[in-house]
Design a protein around this ligand. Structure first.
Ligand SMILES: Cc1cc2nc3c(=O)[nH]c(=O)nc-3n(C[C@H](O)[C@H](O)[C@H](O)COP(=O)(O)OP(=O)(O)OC[C@H]3O[C@@H](n4cnc5c(N)ncnc54)[C@H](O)[C@@H]3O)c2cc1C
Ligand code: FES
Length: 1313
């Protein structure tokens, strides 16, 4: 093989021919697009491209979406690839798919947008008139962290409307607003819309790129050599052109895996470091893709993708009587929820079977359905049934190494046969199953008596397993409740799950196995309902130039939708640039005995290894008196701590170099992982804080009831779509450094780097164009990472780039603090709470980071909307040996408020009172003092509360929920409403300041620079609006290029929801200064234009550049006196949600959410409503958060360390402190299927906030806590289920309410078996 010359790979990208002579089988399309073709590159569904292939047999072109990160370029020979840049651009013509997502405000940080665009584009290429279900399915595999998906759906549903609209009276019946919905707060019709559908260009399929004729000719003539060969640095690939060649090669190289979709092999190579010196790909072998129909069933080629399999089965279902297609329907049901469309388009049927996943969705059904495989080798053809014998053990089947699976036989069913398929997964779509099941029953003719039964399970053992004894127990028995109940007992004995079974969740899985009663598992609602957004329109008197208050599209939305927007890693490499890969600790608490980098230095491409000794300046970062090593010096304090870094010429070389570094550790005793362990050992960061109003101890003596409870709140991953990214470029002769960083805190990064390199700040410029999401996680951690890259750049005098992989990012950077809270509450018979004592313990991790201020923020928010006369809060940051947690949007407030709300719910449950009545009874009323003695008026909170109840028709809905629950045994509905009072601004007064610099150029164009960083929250758009009002010019004349410490120095981080408030005032001041300077010129020439006035001013020697500065409020907290004014003002809001819970699976749907917000006078309702939805959804994501994923057969099981925040899996680390949730497969942020089916947002009109620019209010963080309303609605539904089982009163449900927690708490009889 090595002697033969590799073949030239030929494919097309965006209509242009690409010929690659050195195609490496390890190169994925994603990195090729980026590194070679300089096209965008994103992860997690955002890398979706469209692949098109000509099929000579049918003379048709097949278009399918694919994730470029899993697609080896070598498999693209003869294919055409279309990326987001290929379908339209801002410079030529926008494609309607790009235009609609941008104008519908479906692009915030924009990082996911190209992927969304390409999934939708591919759908429209195949189906120009899609249904809503088609759109939902097409977008199921695309993750977005910012928008909550609703605006994307709203924008794209216009494609179905175009196709299906009734156009009655020139209006669309699917507009999404009923008359009642559109009635505003003051009874006036709420007219303004966030976007105008009338502006959209129609979809014109004739305008699309054509498939390259050269590829058609190539396919028709089969001009390629018999076997194509590609040689890489470590792996070679052979692509035979015929079955004979394939079988010969497999005989010669039995150990070589077959490369089909690469969805199993690829992750193993990338994440597990598996290396195969040779791969063989049958993608060019015709026989692997043939579908042959026989009277008994269908033979499906093993190479067919799962999507092709699904299409073929659907066709067979439509062509055959229902009794013949039972098995086909069961398979289609599983296929619909298997992975995402992009994965199903790549993954092959043969690859799926041969990957032998223990929790495979298909194998149990194929087995139960009596399917078989046809195997071929150069010496033999044989058939094997897909039965228990076929699936030998973990990763093993009866297929011999020299054999291949040629095709799979799927039989018709006959009359009397029933086939069922079930799967339970932490999320309905795009999530591997926890338990799967396939069952085929043959009934005696005319009787419900079982003649034969086949029952297979996935997720309960090392491979697909047959429940043989259970089947035996059912044969010749009547299919009845008592018989089934006995069979479940046999099943539980037969499928034993030891406590340490891989995948964890043993109790739940056991319960679920025994309750799989298909007829009880009814689908949850999934139809996306119309939603409304209500906001106040600007008055007619406002100048058309004045952009303030208008729902203006995010300024970068169009470039984000066309892939033109530039993120840190999109910056082109400079000459000699190096790539940095980190080496992290594998021990939780140990001394470093030896650090051996010699092997790494010998690896190809490696230039240097950077250790702590190389740091020329300060080797630690000091926060609140605690030091954190930039690179570990002598000791490691958690798994994932950064120890050293390897720099090399390419990313792959740097990573291989990092893997070659050897570290010898000496473990230290008794690492601390849990909050309980920290409490036991008094392991805290000091000071611990306390706040008290009244006399709590005394007050407890006079109450009617005392209840003691508590709740655990899980941690949360930031999961910003753009991982931590940094590029350090040494410039100039005096060792200056330019930093291009994805950070929310440019000045902090500048200062940390200067300190680390021991150079003054004036030699370091930090520049930020935009972030693909930040959520608080791109401040302290980014500073460490950039400092390490800066040391490497300093040492090598070359530019150094570091972009963390998702898994590394999750391992190293920490997240939201898990909290253990305990409370004691004293209340009267009528529900009035008299005294409460709350204790919060946060798991801070191995470094203090921002934990102390987060704990303080938890405490100052404890009273939320409630006036509890005697209230005490205590907070402690626990020091543990886990990665250090850090700032996360909401900065502790969601944890704080969720605990209080849980306490209120417990009081209501204890008294059997409606929760809303207890809430109302205890709310602040009239001018009030918070428990830290800050005055405020909660009037707007009450307006929000009343309006929310009115909008959701609270009382009628409650009655309907009760009625539903009476009628349904296994499904329950629940609802909740929560109030929120959120303090805006930094508690440390010094951070409440901002500056801006505004230039007017001679042509009249205006350049604004300010301290805020654009991360999707639209701060640049709002600043343009401010400048537009102050300069009296249209927004189109104003531009914001970037945030740079070289332009606006000493900036405060973009955080605390204060960005618009502070920067807006600074921009306003700078613009006012300039306008005042221009005023005399304007008065002299009233008929002149903006451009002529500017030009005249220049000739009159008037300065056209000005700075603005804002000195914000002097906020403070005096902890000794337990009082202070830690905020500038409060933003208020109320949220309502109704959910439907499947008590047997724990799965749920949010049927409806209504949010009413008081955000003063919105500067940009479109951006603000986007922020409301984002922050609400951000908390929802935690449903699946930090789910424990135990290593197979892990000895000691997992250590609880907190879980997701509202409804997610537990954040469990391995017994040695290893985080197992390191990617989208384990950590599930919400997908399209998770958004509320109806999601309504109303902005309270006519509210004023004299403290802030144009009377607006901060909105970035407040709504986060409101996401917890879904948790309380689930709890309400669980409570209804419990009362059916005779259980009442408070009960414990930790947050996140994972499917298994909700299910177990619902305590159904079946689950209690
Ligand atoms: C993001 C993601 C989500 C997923 N979600 C799910 C899910 O929800 N449920 C689920 O069940 N699965 C899921 N999967 C797994 C997926 O179904 C399998 O990875 C896929 O079917 C494997 O097919 P492939 O063609 O990509 O195999 P490859 O990765 O190309 O090959 C896998 C293995 O099969 C062997 N092989 C391939 N073809 C043949 C053949 N014809 N004869 C003999 N050996 C062969 C190869 O040698 C190799 O060992 C998911 C995977 C990913 C990446
Ligand atoms: S806009 Fe979707 S991830 Fe930011």
């Amino acid at each position: 093989m090595s002697a033969t010359k590799p073949d030239t790979l030929l494919f097309f990208v965006n209509g242009k021919k690409v010929e690659e002579e050195n195609a490496d089988p390890e190169t994925m399309l994603l990195s090729y697009l980026r590194d070679k073709l300089r096209l965008w590159r994103r992860g997690c569904g955002a890398c979706t491209v469209m692949v098109s292939r000509y099929q000579p047999s049918t003379k048709t072109i097949l278009h399918f979406s694919a994730t470029a990160c899993l697609l080896p370029i070598c498999l693209l020979h003869g294919a055409a690839v279309t990326t987001v840049e290929g379908i339209g651009s801002t410079k030529t013509r926008l494609h309607p798919v790009q235009e609609r997502i941008a104008k519908a405000n479906g692009s915030q940080c924009g990082f996911c947008t190209p992927g969304m665009v390409m999934s939708m584009y591919t759908l429209l290429r195949n189906q120009p008139q899609p249904s809503m279900e088609d759109i939902r399915e097409a977008l199921a595999g695309n993750l977005c962290r910012c928008t909550g998906y609703r605006p994307i759906i709203d924008g794209y549903k216009t494609f179905c409307e175009e196709a299906n609209c009734c156009q009655l009276n020139g209006n669309c019946c699917k507009n999404g607003e009923t008359v009642t919905d559109a009635v505003g707060l003051n009874g006036v019709q709420d007219k303004p819309q966030l976007f105008d559908k009338g502006e959209f260009q129609p979809l014109d399929p004739t305008q699309e790129l054509i498939f390259p004729p050269e590829l058609i000719l190539m396919a028709e003539r089969r001009t390629c050599p018999e076997t194509l060969s590609f040689c890489g640095e470590r792996m070679n690939l052979l692509c035979p052109g015929s079955l004979e060649e394939l079988l010969e090669l497999k005989t010669k190289h039995p150990e070589a895996p077959l490369l089909m979709g690469n969805t199993h092999l690829g992750p193993n190579i990338k994440f597990k470091g598996v290396v195969h010196s040779l791969l063989i790909s049958p993608v060019r072998v015709q026989e692997m893709f043939e579908i042959t129909h026989t009277p008994k069933g269908v033979w499906v080629g093993a190479g067919c993708s799962l999507s092709e399999l699904m299409t073929s089965l659907q066709k067979l279902i439509s062509e055959n009587p229902p009794e013949h297609s039972e098995l086909f329907r069961a398979l289609v049901k599983q296929l619909k929820n298997l992975g995402s469309q992009q994965i199903r388009n790549l993954a092959s049927l043969g690859g799926h079977i041969m990957s032998v996943y223990p929790n495979s969705d298909l194998n149990p059904v194929l087995s139960a359905g009596n399917c078989k495989v046809s195997l071929a080798s150069s010496s033999e053809r044989r058939e094997l049934p897909l039965n228990q014998e076929f699936f030998v053990s973990f990763g093993k089947t009866l297929v011999r190494p020299e054999e291949i699976v040629l095709s799979v036989f799927i039989p018709f069913t006959s009359k009397g046969e029933l086939v069922c398929a079930l799967r339970h997964a932490p999320r309905k779509e795009s999530a591997f199953s926890t338990v799967t099941c396939g069952m085929q029953v043959l009934f005696c003719e005319g009787f419900p008596v079982v003649r034969d039964i086949s029952l297979f399970y996935g997720g309960v053992g090392a491979t697909t397993v047959k429940a043989a004894k259970t089947c035996q127990a059912l044969i010749n028995k009547e299919w009845s409740e008592p018989v089934l109940s006995q069979a479940y007992d046999v099943l539980l004995e037969e499928l034993v799950l030891p406590p340490s079974a891989p995948g964890g969740k043993v109790q739940f899985r056991r319960g679920w196995i025994s309750c799989e009663v298909p007829e009880k598992l009814l689908p949850l609602p999934s139809d996306i309902q119309p939603s409304v957004q209500v906001f106040q329109s600007v008055s007619n008197a406002q100048s058309s130039h004045d952009a303030v208050g208008r729902p203006i599209m995010h300024k970068a939305a169009l470039s984000q939708a066309t892939g033109e927007a530039v993120y840190c890693d999109d910056l082109p490499p400079t000459q000699g640039e190096l790539y940095l890969a980190l080496v992290t600790s594998s021990r939780a608490y140990a001394n470093i005995k030896q650090l051996d980098v010699s092997a790494a230095l010998q690896m190809p491409g490696v230039v240097d290894v950077i250790t702590s000794k190389d740091i020329p300046g300060k080797k630690v970062r000091t926060e609140f008196g605690y030091d954190e090593d930039i690179l570990a010096q002598t000791q490691v304090l958690c798994v994932g701590q950064m120890v050293c870094a390897v720099v090399a010429d390419t990313k792959a070389h740097a990573k291989r170099g990092a893997a070659a570094v050897r570290i010898q550790y000496e473990d230290l005793p008794d690492p601390i992982f849990t909050i309980e362990e920290a409490i036991e050992k008094s392991s805290y960061y000091e000071p611990r804080r306390k706040l008290e109003r009244g006399n709590v101890t005394e007050a407890f003596k006079s109450v009617d009831h005392i209840y003691e409870g508590g709740i655990r709140l899980g941690g949360q991953e930031h999961f910003y779509m753009e991982t931590q990214s940094t590029l350090v470029v040494p410039v100039g002769e005096e060792r200056e450094f330019h930093l291009y960083v994805s950070t929310q805190a440019p000045t902090f990064i500048q200062e940390t780097v200067a300190e680390t390199l021991s150079i003054p700040s004036n030699k370091v410029v930090c520049r930020v164009k935009r972030l693909g999401g930040g959520f608080g996680g791109k401040t302290t951690k980014t500073a460490l990472l950039t400092s390490i890259a800066a040391v490497a750049a300093w040492k090598t005098n070359r530019a150094v780039r570091c972009v963390l992989e998702r898994g590394e990012d999750m391992l190293i950077t920490g997240g939201r603090h898990p909290v253990l809270a305990k409370y004691k509450v004293g209340f009267m018979n009528n529900g009035k709470i008299v005294a409460a004592d709350l204790q919060y313990y946060a798991n801070a991790g191995f470094a203090v980071d921002e934990s102390l201020v987060i704990v303080e923020k938890i405490l100052v928010q404890v009273d939320n909307a409630y006036n509890i006369p005697h209230l005490r809060g205590f907070g402690a940051a626990c020091r543990t040996n886990l990665p250090a947690n850090t700032a996360f949007r909401g900065f502790g407030v969601p944890q704080s408020l969720l605990v209080v709300e849980n306490m209120i719910t417990d009081v209501a449950m204890a008294l059997r009172m409606p929760v809303d009545k207890v809430q109302e009874l205890n709310m602040y009323r009239g001018p009030s003092l918070s428990y830290h003695k800050m005055e405020f008026n909660p009037e707007n909170l009450h307006l929000c509360w009343d309006e929310c109840k009115r909008r959701c028709q609270y009382d009628a809905r409650r009655r309907a929920v009760e009625q539903f629950n009476k009628q349904n045994q296994w499904k329950k509905r629940g609802m909740a409403i929560v109030p929120m009072r959120y303090g805006i601004g930094f508690c440390e007064g010094v951070l409440n300041q901002a500056a801006a610099l505004v230039h007017i150029y001679k042509d009249g164009s205006v350049l604004v620079a300010h301290a805020g960083v654009e991360m999707g929250q639209g701060v640049h758009t709002k600043m343009q609006q401010v400048a537009s009002r102050e300069l009296h010019i249209p927004i189109s004349k104003i531009y914001i290029s970037e945030t740079s410490t070289g332009t606006v120095p000493n900036t405060c981080p973009s955080a605390a929801s204060f960005g618009t408030d502070a920067n807006g005032m600074a921009v306003k001041e700078a613009c006012q200064i300039l306008f005042q300077r221009l005023k005399p010129v304007m008065e002299k020439d009233p008929k002149g234009s903006w451009e002529s006035w500017v030009n005249t001013a220049f000739f009159d020697k008037i300065s056209l550049s000005a700075t603005g500065y804002y000195r914000g409020p002097d906020t403070y907290m005096n902890w000794e006196q337990m009082e202070g004014r830690p905020y500038s003002y409060f933003t208020y809001g109320v949220a309502f949600s109704e959910v439907e819970l499947d008590c047997l699976t724990g799965d749920y749907r949010t049927l409806r959410t209504d949010i009413v917000m008081d955000i003063g006078r919105s500067i940009n309702p479109s951006v603000d409503i986007g922020q409301v939805r984002l922050t609400f959804s951000l908390l929802l994501q935690s449903r699946y958060n930090k789910t424990c994923l135990m290593t197979p057969f892990a000895g000691r099981g997992c250590v609880y360390a907190g879980g997701g925040l509202v409804h997610s899996g537990r954040a469990e680390f391995g017994p040695s402190g290893v985080l197992y949730t390191r990617g989208p497969s384990q950590y599930k942020i919400p997908a399209v299927c998770d958004m509320p089916l109806s999601f309504n947002v109303y902005l309270l009109p006519d509210t004023e906030n004299p403290l802030v620019i144009y009377s607006s209010k901060g909105i970035g963080e407040p709504c986060l806590f409101l996401g917890s309303v879904v948790f309380f609605a689930i709890k309400d539904a669980v409570s209804a289920a419990r009362s059916d089982s005779g259980l009442s009163g408070p009960f414990s449900l930790d947050s996140p309410a994972t499917t298994e927690r909700a299910c177990l708490a619902a305590a159904s009889d079946l689950l209690r078996k």
